[in-house]
Design a binder for this molecule. Structure first.
Ligand SMILES: Cc1ncc(COP(=O)(O)O)c(C=O)c1O
Length: 399
């Protein structure tokens, strides 16, 4: 038996299958190919810029001058107050910082904690495809049974028939991402009202991953699902400082929910990470209170990068889909009638043209959309221009 097969057999005995059977992800494959071919990496979703210097200085000061012992399990009071004030200011939401706000180690921990705290084995969980890669393994590990809603380009809308099918057997929970990575969709009120109606009718709790809430363009405002009538008591709202401040490595997340829900989420959190580095919490508390122009300028700068990259792609003949929010922009290969799917296209792109992107089929567990490719445009002009230069010949030499 070769060592890899032996390793697999051993793992089947000692490991949990949800994880041992996970294939190598396309993200890893593309990152490796990007390194091997010295490619411009527009696959992974992080910005070139280092994030606001004043927020980073606060973190440095806090680690030198502040306490480095365990902070309170729910988070530093100053941060919980800052989160409540921030959401009051930006989204008109009123949260009690003492009973309705908790700090987590990134949105990912908040999502894991919510799923572990709320799902009983066998419970149905509605998931929307394309989905963030962590969702399905975490739902399965919690014992949940996925009911998929398949969203489609170009608008990725939540239609009545799709929701009716997914909610037909009374799910316990809905895990919803808005603004949506990878599609860059910022859901309009009409779709959110439809989703809220199904949640209320079926008695489901909505876990709403809103990490991209500040990264929305063209004057759009993010509408939190928790603000819709009937949703205040049944929604878990999740945010991420990593996305708000372009500091993706910080892994500082937050959860807001009605007291009864938050109490049970806190019980899961106390045994997952218990807490989050206190200096990062102090810096995020400071950052959330920054003046409006900081947030407006951040959106304006990302929007400028989006427009630069989108118009470059269009001029090369790529059909560009709407990018309403997030760091991502997608092209739809369908009208080009190429002989390859999104994954084949991405492999050719990285190997022959030295630009890495992500095939959106990787975000589907079933019935994938195979014609859409995601690029991260949150990069410096020079990086985007180099990528565009390298993409010049792609369609001329398409198979
Ligand atoms: C939809 C979505 N949820 C969660 C995360 C992870 O957030 P965090 O780094 O705060 O754990 C990401 C990061 O890309 C994301 O796109």
């Amino acid at each position: 038996m070769n060592p890899k097969a032996e390793d697999r057999t051993l793992m089947n005995h000692i490991a949990n299958r949800v994880f041992s059977e996970l294939p190598v992800s396309v993200f890893e494959v593309m990152s490796r190919l990007a390194r091997d071919h010295d490619a411009v990496n527009l696959g992974q979703g992080f910005p070139d810029d280092q994030g606001p210097i004043d927020v980073r200085r606060k973190a440095a000061e806090a680690v030198v001058e502040g306490s480095n012992q365990y902070p309170p399990m729910l988070g530093l009071p100053a941060l919980r107050e800052a989160i409540a004030a921030h959401y009051q200011h930006w989204q008109g939401l009123a949260f009690d910082p003492e009973t309705e706000v908790m700090v987590t180690s990134g949105a990912t921990e908040a999502i894991a904690g919510a799923l572990f705290a709320l799902i009983e084995p066998g419970d149905e969980v509605v998931l929307f495809q394309p989905l963030y890669d962590a969702y399905l393994p975490l739902v399965r590990r919690a014992g949940g049974v996925a009911r998929f809603v398949r969203l489609e380009p170009p608008h990725w809308r939540l239609t009545e028939d799709k929701l009716a099918a997914a909610f037909s057997s009374g799910p316990k929970l809905v895990l919803f991402n808005n603004p949506l990575n990878p599609s860059g969709t910022v859901y309009p009120r009409e779709d959110l009202e439809r989703l809220a109606r199904f949640c209320i009718q079926s008695g489901a709790v909505a876990v709403c991953d809103e990490v991209w809430e500040h990264v929305v363009f063209d004057g759009r405002r993010h509408i939190p699902l928790i603000s819709l009538p009937g949703m205040r008591e049944r929604t878990v709202k999740i945010g991420s400082a990593g996305k708000i401040f372009s500091l993706t490595g910080w892994k500082v997340g937050f959860v807001c929910a009605a007291p009864a829900l938050l109490r049970v989420l806190a019980k899961a959190h106390q045994f997952i990470t218990f807490t989050t580095p206190p200096n990062l919490q102090a810096a995020v508390a400071y950052g959330l209170g920054k003046v409006d122009t900081y947030f407006d300028n951040m959106r304006r700068d990302f929007m400028r990068s989006r427009d630069r990259f989108a118009s470059g792609l269009r001029s090369l003949g790529f059909p560009v889909l709407d990018a309403e929010g997030t760091y991502f922009l997608n092209i739809d290969l369908a009208p080009l009638e190429l002989k390859e799917d999104d994954e084949g296209f991405c492999r050719r792109l990285v190997v022959e043209h030295r630009v890495a992107a992500i095939p959106v089929s990787a975000f589907y567990a079933t019935q994938p959309i195979t014609s859409v490719v995601r690029f991260c445009f949150a990069k410096r002009d020079h990086t985007l221009d180099t990528a565009l230069e390298r993409l010049t010949g792609v369609l001329r030499r398409a198979p």
